[in-house]
Design a protein around this ligand. Sequence first.
Ligand SMILES: Cc1cc2nc3c(=O)[nH]c(=O)nc-3n(C[C@H](O)[C@H](O)[C@H](O)COP(=O)(O)O)c2cc1C
Length: 415
Amino acid sequence: MEKKVDDFRLKFGKHELVPIMIGGMGVDISTSDLALEAARLGGVGHISDAMLPTVSDRRYDTCFVKTKLQQYKLNIDNSDKSSVKFDLGHIAESTRLHVSKTMERKRGSGMIFINCMEKLTMNSPRETLRVRLQEALSAGVDGITLAAGLHLGSFGLMEDHPRFRDAKLGIIVSSLRALQLFLRKNVKTNRLPDYVVVEGPLAGGHLGFGMDWAQYDLRTITNEIHQYLRAEKLDIPVIPAGGIFTGSDATTFLQEGASAVQVATRFTVVKECGLPPDVQQEYFKASEDDIEVNGTSPTGYPMRMLKSSPSTGSGIRPGCESYGYLLDANGRCEYIESYNREVAAHPGEKKIAVYDKTCLCTHMRNFKCWTCGQMTYRLKDTTRKLADGSYQSLTTEHVFKDYQFSTGNKIALPD
Ligand SMILES: Cc1cc2nc3c(=O)[nH]c(=O)nc-3n(C[C@H](O)[C@H](O)[C@H](O)COP(=O)(O)O)c2cc1C
């Protein structure tokens, strides 16, 4: 009999889960509601720790962004942003709010993890990251996934926390080498990751590859990692991600030794996802030619997105006084440099265009940078087209169960 995802279980000690993990999607694209559904259905959901002060303002009526802007508004016209710092107390409070309010609502046997975007350097990488990690643990999250941009010292930043050995801690890597580096660096914490997500080149968001991403293949990298872990007698669950679009795709990875799969793209068009409905329609409509990997993220990592994203070419003033999540340890962001270059080249012009870099904080926060997985062009095949030409929105439960139970590469359409 042909196997399906539900014939397998992800095991963390005695805890058994449906081996489907919905990946983190910042900024609040993987909402609490989405993660809670995954947990209710027995799998793993992620919330994201990207830009939590602004997420908290929107969801829990705080005013962290306004307070920060008030404090730094005199700096708005200054191209030097090094003085713009985050209040660590505010970061702590927003993390605590988002995690605890999510965990309070958790039902079912699954788990909720937080995706920690280590590349959000926030003009003080070590201190801000420590606060985010520690507060997520204190607020009771089931686990933390350290996302690409891997900060090799992150386990060290949590080592003194009482939950360091009981919370599930995992890492995302895109190569065996990255995994080896992490393991070597973390020997002294005497704690292995509880799982390793292997993210291949077809994923959404930032990629752990260069612009030569197309030369890599998820299956090959996953197999290399399986072989290495076996040779080293390391029993760490391996969770492939990126382009796993049907239950059958997932089952094949599980049969080859994966402990679970991480998926995201198919959940970008469910009603519990944070993307506004009109943006979801753009995802449904996209064809393969509408999707590109480009270098416009100021992080320096390639990012996949819809070419028609409103962020493309947008020359808005850098919003660092309100946001500033990508400021490096010296208060620099590549977008600021591009913006200043264009302002200098077009004196007196009110509206300028910037094409080489994008103001990612502002645009992600406003759902104007439409990052997506390579398989987005297949989303139209997962639903029905309505009489008015739009596509029917899906539910998390429908998509989750389709992954869990489908066979024969089939995709169940909604009722
Ligand atoms: C819209 C979108 C946003 C994403 N944002 C993040 C993120 O903030 N952090 C992260 O580690 N991965 C992010 N990802 C990657 C996913 O968590 C996941 O690993 C990957 O997309 C899985 O491949 P799939 O989308 O083909 O299923 C994002 C993916 C999408 C589609």
